[in-house]
Design a protein around this ligand. Structure first.
Ligand code: NI
Length: 184
C-alpha cells in the first residue's frame, strides 16, 4: 500500500489538461491502486490523477461501495439536473452547491484495458462528473456564483497556509482531520 501526496488548489497540475492512456500497463494499474489507497486514507469518495500530480486520464471512486477505476472516461449520456453540496480533496474544508446532471453513463477502460459502461445516479453521478471534470482541469469552484466563489477563495487564502508547496499529506495511520465524506 502506498499513499500519495494530494495536490491542493494553487498547484498548476490541477488545471492541466490530461492525456489519454494509450495502453493500460502495469504502471497504470499501480497508479490506480495507489490512488485508491490515497482516497481511502483521505476519507474521500473520488480521486483523479491530477490530484496526485499525474497527467493521465485516470480516476477512481467508491460511492457507498460502488467502486470504479476509470481509464479514459467519457460521459456518453446525461440527463436531468440536481443541485447539491460538493467538496474536493484538493480544496479541503471548502464546500459549495453545484448543479449537475442527475444521471450519467460513463464509458471507459477498466484496469485490464477492457471497455465498459457504468451508469450512475445521485451522488455517484455527481462524483463521476466531478472526477471527469478534474481530467479536463476543471474544479467544482468554477461553477460557483461570483460572490460564492469570492468568499470561498478568501477562506482558502487562510486555509492554504496549512499546505506548503500545495501539498496535502495523508497517512494511513492518521486519517483526517480534514477528511470528509463530501470531498471528491
Ligand atoms: Ni475533487
Amino acid at each position: 500500500m502506498k499513499v500519495l501526496d494530494i495536490r491542493v488548489l494553487g498547484d498548476p497540475v490541477l488545471r492541466k489538461e490530461t492525456t489519454e492512456v494509450p495502453q493500460v500497463t502495469n504502471d497504470i494499474r499501480t497508479l490506480i491502486s495507489q490512488m485508491f489507497d490515497t482516497m481511502y486514507a483521505a476519507e474521500g469518495i473520488g480521486l483523479a490523477a491530477p490530484q496526485v500530480g499525474r497527467t493521465e486520464r485516470v480516476c477512481v471512486m467508491d460511492v457507498d461501495g460502488q467502486k470504479f477505476a476509470f481509464v479514459n472516461p467519457q460521459i456518453i449520456e446525461s440527463e436531468g439536473t440536481i443541485r447539491g453540496e460538493e467538496g474536493c480533496l484538493s480544496i479541503p474544508e471548502i464546500f459549495g452547491d453545484v448543479t449537475r446532471a442527475s444521471r450519467v453513463v460513463v464509458r471507459a477502460l477498466d484496469e485490464h484495458g477492457k471497455e465498459f459502461e457504468a451508469a450512475g445516479t445521485e451522488l455517484l453521478a455527481r462524483c463521476m462528473q466531478h472526477e471527469i471534470d478534474h481530467l479536463d482541469g476543471k474544479l467544482f469552484i468554477d461553477y460557483l456564483s461570483v460572490l460564492k466563489r469570492r468568499s470561498a477563495m478568501s477562506k482558502w487564502e487562510k486555509l492554504k497556509e496549512d499546505y506548503p508547496n500545495f501539498i496535502r499529506q495523508v497517512s494511513l495511520e492518521q486519517a483526517g482531520p480534514h477528511g470528509s465524506e463530501g470531498e471528491l
